[in-house]
Write a protein that binds this ligand. Structure first.
Ligand code: C2E
Ligand code: MG
Ligand code: MG
Length: 567
């Protein structure tokens, strides 16, 4: 235990006047900082006015103000004849830093103090902001990684130790953010934080690692069964309604779980595995959890491999467009076509877009891919069919990341211009959910495209969340009814009602309608009778490589049962 009685009452120092005068002269009284002079045992001799003032203001004794190890430091200083700096003391919320300067000739120590409260607070704030998420007060990724590492170290020393990592992603957060605004989204995240906290033990860590992504580190879990029980608890706690802005809102969560083991316990690996499992949960059915297994790892590695190959494919121009004709139900003739990208993979053969579009989006390659597809479509159209007399157009699919580039309209118009394609022969296809993601920016882009003379189609219509009333704010020209409805025409009265309603309302909004995925005569018949303008589907033609599409145009087929009123 440290001796700490320097401020105790003590008889006057037995010093002769001369020595005392010398000491007084050497003592820096006038400093604005607190300074104390002590004898070689740590007993105070003088205090300067600033020190006395500080004791008065804080209402404490000198004992409380000086560092706990004051006496030891004084003795060490005197013994070694060297100064000791940066010794800290705290009084309530105030912090002081002290420098002990021995003056061996006089047998005393001068102790210089400094109030470092403000600096300490700033440091604490800095540490907090470096390690904590400002909105929820939860640990952030840096602090989480540190805790994961501590658990990994523990596991290395005790192979029986077991811990788990859960990665949680909210399912409809984007939509909530958009409909309730960011303040609403923030309130939801805070409430999610509260609910998560109530599902785990105090010793577990709940961290926020992204917009709507949380990681839960469950320490010392005993048996793996405990983890799935907690996952269940989390999901049912988040399934209950959230009351935001006077409304009841529901949000689900998909969870990926991974258990650390002797072979695999590095923080980065565990987070990656939990993420892989979470994406699997989300793609199979939202609001579920999935436990990571090694086959997922193999698939993730394969995706990574494919990502590298896709990068090279863009350089080597291995992407090609197939073209699927779109027929007019008024004239029975080909009106245009949709460009559908394929990847001519050197080993795997021709890959459909489903095999690589998502990958390109995740890898940040979709911008380059989209530009390549667009340039190709413009060149093919210009050289093969888009002379002004034919009136044929090509429509090109855009992905969400492309749509949200501020210079998209300029870029597309530039590609058409350099290919020599008139803008009227080019249309773009976007989906409803893409349009809804950032409505204002989307409208600006669509207006700019239109100003260049490029028309806009809404693809897969009916599968998103938007209503036609909502869509009327967007400058649109064509709606494409999703294949899901067309497929059930003539068998499901519900699909028929939706299809006829879309056609009527689209016309009322001044849009034309394309039905995609037409595979049977009966579907075609239904669409024609109900006023649909255009059709596209395997019944009339599959998507074709460029040469085959050129051959088709050389002797164009007609829609059976439709005669051209102008002919
Ligand atoms: P989408 O834009 O809705 O394209 C229509 C899809 O339906 C095409 O699939 C087409 O082959 C298929 N299809 C057309 N008629 C029929 C039919 O009668 N029956 C059936 N069962 N299917 C039919 P594909 O070529 O596999 O393309 C799938 C999706 O990939 C496209 O859906 C589009 O969202 C995306 N995609 C294609 N090319 C591009 C592209 O260049 N960029 C982007 N971002 N996405 C693209
Ligand atoms: Mg499309
Ligand atoms: Mg479609």
């Amino acid at each position: 235990m440290v001796e700490k009685e320097p401020g105790a009452a003590r008889p006057a120092l037995p010093a002769c006047d001369e020595v005392q005068n010398e000491r007084l002269a050497a003592f820096p009284r006038e400093s604005p900082y607190p300074i104390v002079e002590c004898d070689r045992e740590g007993f105070p001799i003088y205090l300067n006015p600033a020190a006395e003032e500080r004791l008065r203001a804080l209402g404490v004794d000198l004992t409380d103000l000086l560092p706990l190890s004051h006496v030891d430091i004084v003795r060490a200083c005197m013994h070694e004849g060297e100064r000791t700096s940066d010794v800290e003391s705290a009084v309530g919320e105030y912090h002081f830093s002290w420098t002990y300067q021995p003056v061996p000739a006089l047998g005393v120590v001068h102790i210089y103090g400094q109030d470092v409260t403000a600096r300490r607070r700033a440091e604490e704030r800095l540490v907090r902001s470096a390690l904590m998420d400002a909105l929820t007060g939860l640990p952030n990724r840096a602090l989480l990684t540190d805790r994961l590492q501590r658990n990994a170290d523990l596991l290395e020393r005790h192979p029986d130790y077991c811990f788990a990592v859960l990665l949680l992603d909210l399912d409809r957060f984007q939509m909530i953010n958009e409909s309730l605004g960011h303040a609403g989204g923030d309130r939801m995240l805070v409430e999610v934080t509260r609910r998560l906290g109530s599902c785990v033990k105090q010793s577990d860590t709940v961290a926020r690692v992204g917009g709507d992504e949380f990681v839960i580190l469950l320490e010392d879990i005993g048996t793996p069964g405990n983890v799935t029980r907690i996952a269940d608890r989390i999901q049912s706690s988040l399934a209950g309604p959230f009351s935001l802005g006077g409304r009841e809102v529901f949000v689900g969560a998909s969870l990926g779980i991974t258990l650390a083991c002797k072979e695999r316990h590095e923080p980065a690996d565990l987070l990656r595995d939990a993420e892989t499992a979470m994406y699997r949960a989300k793609s199979e059915s939202k609001g579920r959890y999935k436990v990571f297994d090694q086959t997922m790892h193999a698939q993730a590695v394969e995706q990574l491999q494919l990502e590298g190959e896709l990068r090279r494919a863009l350089e080597r121009e291995e992407l090609v467009n197939h073209y699927q004709p779109i027929f007019s139900l008024r004239t029975g003739r080909v009106a245009g076509c949709e460009a559908l990208v394929r990847w001519q993979h050197p080993q795997r053969g021709l890959l459909p877009p489903a095999a690589f579009i998502g990958l390109a989006e995740a890898a940040g390659l979709i911008g380059a891919l989209g530009a390549q597809v667009m340039a190709l479509a413009c060149q093919d159209a210009r050289s093969s069919w888009a002379d002004p007399r034919s009136g044929l157009y090509v429509s090109v699919n855009l992905s969400a990341d492309q749509l949200h580039r501020p210079d998209l309209a300029e870029q597309i118009a530039g590609l058409a211009r350099s290919a020599g394609l008139p803008p009227a022969a080019l249309k773009v296809e976007i989906t409803e959910s893409m349009a809804a993601r950032d409505a204002e920016a989307t409208i600006a882009t669509l207006v700019a495209l239109r100003a260049h003379g490029i028309q806009v189609m809404i693809d897969d219509f009916g599968t998103g969340y938007s209503s036609l009333a909502y869509l009327k704010h967007f400058p649109l020209d064509v709606l494409k009814i999703d294949r899901a409805f067309v497929k059930d025409l003539t068998t499901d009265p519900g699909a028929e009602a939706i299809t006829t309603t879309i056609i009527l309302l689209a016309h009322a909004l001044g849009c034309e309608v394309v039905a995609e995925g037409v595979e049977t005569e009966a579907q075609l018949d239904f669409l024609r009778k109900n006023g649909c303008d255009f059709v596209q589907g395997f019944l009339l033609s599959r998507p074709l490589p460029l040469e085959a599409f050129q051959r088709l145009l050389a002797s164009p087929p007609r829609v059976p049962g439709v005669s051209d009123p102008a002919a």
